[in-house]
Design a protein around this ligand. Sequence first.
Ligand SMILES: *[C@@H]1O[C@H](CO)[C@@H](O)[C@H](O)[C@H]1NC(C)=O
Ligand SMILES: *[C@@H]1O[C@H](CO)[C@@H](O)[C@H](O)[C@H]1NC(C)=O
Ligand SMILES: *[C@@H]1O[C@H](CO)[C@@H](O)[C@H](O)[C@H]1NC(C)=O
Ligand SMILES: *[C@@H]1O[C@H](CO)[C@@H](O)[C@H](O)[C@H]1NC(C)=O
Ligand SMILES: *[C@@H]1O[C@H](CO)[C@@H](O)[C@H](O)[C@H]1NC(C)=O
Length: 520
Amino acid sequence: MLVVKQLEDLFKATLLVLIIVAVVADLPVVVSGVDDVRRTDFPDTFVFGAGSSAYQVEGAAFEDGRTPSIWDTFAHAGIYGGANADVSCDAYHKYKEDVKLMADMGLEGYRFSISWSRLIPNGRGLINPRGLQYYNNLIDELLNHGIQPHATLCHSDIPQALQDEYGGWMSRKIIDDFAAYADVCFKEFGDRVLYWTTLNEVNVFTIGGYDNGLTPPNHCSPPFGIKSCSTGNSSTEPYIVAHNILLAHSAAVRLYRGKYKSTQHGFVGLNLFAYRPLPYTNETADIIAVQRVYDFYVGWFANPLISGDYPDIMKKNVGSRLPKFTREESTQVKGAIDFIALNHYQTVHVKDSSSSLDSKIRDYNDDGAFEIIYTDEDSPPGQIEYPVTQPGLGDILEYLKQAYGNPPIYIHENGQLTRRNATLNDTSRVEYLQAYIGNLLDAMRNGSNVKGYFTWSFLDCFELFDAYGSAFGLYYVDLDDKDLTRYPKFSAYWYSNFLKGKDSKHTALVDIEDKLHSSQ
Ligand SMILES: *[C@@H]1O[C@H](CO)[C@@H](O)[C@H](O)[C@H]1NC(C)=O
Ligand SMILES: *[C@@H]1O[C@H](CO)[C@@H](O)[C@H](O)[C@H]1NC(C)=O
Ligand SMILES: *[C@@H]1O[C@H](CO)[C@@H](O)[C@H](O)[C@H]1NC(C)=O
Ligand SMILES: *[C@@H]1O[C@H](CO)[C@@H](O)[C@H](O)[C@H]1NC(C)=O
Ligand SMILES: *[C@@H]1O[C@H](CO)[C@@H](O)[C@H](O)[C@H]1NC(C)=O
């Protein structure tokens, strides 16, 4: 009830604001193409959706044969102050309700991930029939509602069994196990899933997991850890892990192309996180450092996949700590990508720190010789939300277009950060979506080959860095309610109206006002 009341107040207040705004004519347009962005401006074949990942929403962590992933272990070690995703949004049991919400709001696609340890509890070998059933049910439910499934095979959550057995991504043994897991997914689900992503945010996974220790599996070594770690080597492990990831990814792509592509006709990509980096000053050193940020974050994975080897600057700065591709590996990796999936949230500023190359013990940031700075413009003081005045998605897309020959791209994550609490008035999320989708349209009109856009996230879920502290959802999930009721935020209504072709913000709000009245 409280929530309904809030929503009602919200829209009364917003309508009032709109009336006032209408009187003040000729408001400055901050970002081009934004105010009038429409679904019909994008191709029919383009897909708009929202996303999630297995550990972050499923819950049922110990049910029906699932075993822990490295993320369960990380959470249960108390790193989130006791919070974990044992239950989270309980999407394992509530998938029908969720798919109904997606269909009602007009989502065209849903990006989810498969929990490896739910499907194959020991990491390799026997398939868990109840895991198989769950993903079959979810995929069928989506398709029955006309929603395109986009599946990720691994979203930071490899089976703990493989971490224990041979050190997970630190061992080359994972390449065969990952390919075998991918084979099961392609075989079982590939008749219905056409869009596959092998691994999510591989650069963040590698840096967070093996350099600063902030994310699973929490490896790092002094002086580089931000969290404390019991094991690791920040100078070497990130590069070894990234190398094994590239080999595992390309093994899965090769398998798909050899065994499934001709009958299933799907596509396999890899997901990368990217900031939009701007120079901290206009000094040449900072401008050159921006290129190093692109090379270290994006080129680390994209260069091998597009041209068969790491960027020259990485080979130079990392030296013997950077694994080398054999001729055969290079051939396997080169071209092993049908699309690049991109997660992007915000602009940062970049400062040269070439002096860090003088240190004897170096990590990834030292090797990159850059410092990432959040200026007041990137992250206004006292405000948790990302600013929306200068969306930089178009800049990254332009960079990818020029550096890599305009590859097909899916935006897999983009969304506004707020505190997770009961307010449904997420005006800043609506402004963010408008600004970024408008910016995306501008980039596409200038030739960028983008095929789809998924906002992060469908539901407020368990977040990577702070569990239930922050939220990105279109829907608020009340964790204190045993039914884990989902409540649409302003952004859910806005996105829905955008998708259904009710374009202007004004129309959207009048429509919501009607809905509120008719539901009373
Ligand atoms: C919703 O948020 C906007 C922007 O912060 C504010 O202007 C408006 O008054 C809020 N409405 C309610 C009902 O809180
Ligand atoms: C990390 O590995 C390198 C190369 O094997 C070694 O020289 C260095 O001492 C290791 N550092 C730690 C903290 O173990
Ligand atoms: C760098 O130069 C550009 C173009 O002259 C200007 O818009 C920008 O504000 C400058 N940036 C800084 C940090 O001085
Ligand atoms: C929710 O978080 C925002 C931003 O931190 C804050 O302004 C607001 O008061 C909070 N609302 C509740 C109900 O906690
Ligand atoms: C549009 O594309 C052209 C060709 O790639 C490029 O030179 C130009 O900078 C792009 N414009 C923007 C705003 O990115």
